[in-house]
Design a protein around this ligand. Sequence first.
Ligand SMILES: [Zn+2]
Length: 363
Amino acid sequence: MITRDRIVQTFLDLVGIDSPSGEEDAIAGELEHRLRALGLQAVQDAAGNVLARLEGAGAPVLLSAHMDTVEPGRGIKPRWDGPDIIRSDGTTILGADNKAGCAVILEVLQSLIEDGGPHRTVEVAVSRGEEVGLVGAANMDYSRITARVAIVIDSGGPPSSIQGQAPYHYVYDIEVHGRSAHAGLEPEKGIPAVTIAAEIVAGLPQGRLDDETTGNVGIIRGGLVRNAVPDYCLVQGEFRSMVEEKAETLARSARRHIETVQARHPGARIEASIRMAYPGYRLEPGDPAADLLYPVLRSLGFEPNPHPVGGGTDGNVFRGHGIAAVVIGRGGYNQHTKDEYLVVPEMLDCARVVEAAVRTLPA
Ligand SMILES: [Zn+2]
């Protein structure tokens, strides 16, 4: 049975282990230890993600969360705010994003094991580096994962709060190689990489392009000193759209634009990589994740509330690997702020929903 005191204690224990992105060794070790204590074969893959498996019946379901947290996330001191809410002391985040997701997975496994009874095979993947670009999920050992459907426990709000639509995300790296020269003595011998990069930047998609498409130049880096023509400039950015064709069109026109700039500056060498970082999706009936979760939510009295999100989660990466993922709420609010808090009954509801989903054997 999902047990409130136990899941709360697990959550508090996990929050007590600092795990800012890039410093996940301690939390990974703790998760591995706890999974093994439950009798699961737990391992860390080459990227340090914690993977585990609990045998059951029927096609496996992947349960996933991430173990890293954002800053300020060191020395977190959780405290109760009334009977149902846990906050930090106001100087750090709380880390419910995503220690609550980790606690839900551990509680569901414990409940499955101690109650016995039929359930699907459960695969577990707790990722590193989610908050810094889905790094763990991108480098996960997918040869160890056979599930074609996943529940990613990493959204704010109650479990009915589902990330129902996420954008296609494209990223680019553009390098302009020019030629340096003394800016005062012989500038005509130089090929000014920064100026050429500026021409490129001026033609890249930026800001809100329409109600489902955005673009951003995030980094421009070049030049060393004031009095030399710069021989190098790097431009990095991204664009996103809920519609794959729109994102593809932006990628094509960005490439054309860069070719035009290159033609204007034959002495420069421009190297551009524009690529899809992860695919978007829209949860619709017939999607294996929606078909798994929606009936379970309704049977427990929750009406699924899918909403679009502008960012990516590990769920996007899983979809890129052919795993139909759904991202559900686990009771956190004000994520990535010092006002972050956890509504304990919603974390419990999330655990009940996830357990019920895993106990639903395919017909
Ligand atoms: Zn998260």
